[in-house]
Design a protein around this ligand. Structure first.
Ligand code: ZN
Length: 148
């Protein structure tokens, strides 16, 4: 499946500029997290990112990685998608888009915004405006029974 907005791999310098542009000091550890998460379109859990940062024997605390992810998400450099109360996934594609969520594997797959349209949309509460509409379609493999 293709990604809705292909991103070109970002160099370390480009990532440092992105961080600075969003008011984040490009520390070595932040750059490392940004490199893993933001250099190509991907969906990763905090645990996966932590494991990737630690690859090659780097000593980085879990708190540092989690705080960096929080800062990146708050600055909207990445998007945090809450799949369930215990698990969220960080998405490097910043433009609004939709997802298939495979409930067996936990994997997320992008759906292009043009592939979903709404014929009905609820009236927004008084004084509110829509910030984004993001659909998650939960999928599972069809069970094949012996009679089929
Ligand atoms: Zn996505």
């Amino acid at each position: 499946m293709s990604t809705p907005y292909p991103q070109h791999p970002l160099s370390r310098d480009a990532l440092a500029r992105e961080l600075k542009g969003h008011g984040l000091k490009p520390t070595e550890q932040r750059l490392r997290v940004a490199e893993i998460l933001m250099s190509s379109p991907t969906h990763m859990t905090a645990e996966q990112i932590l494991a990737a940062v630690r690859q090659g024997g780097r000593r980085v605390s879990k708190a540092t990685v989690y705080n960096t992810l929080k800062a990146l998400a708050e600055s909207r450099l990445v998007r945090q998608i809450h799949l369930d109360p215990e698990r969220s996934v960080y998405d490097s594609t910043r433009a609004p888009h939709h997802h298939f969520h495979d409930i067996d594997t936990g994997e997320l797959c992008d759906i292009h915004p043009d592939d979903i349209s709404f014929s009905r949309f609820p009236q927004l509460p008084e004084g509110m405006e829509a910030e984004a509409v993001e659909v998650v379609i939960r999928i599972k493999r069809k069970r094949v029974t012996a009679s089929e």
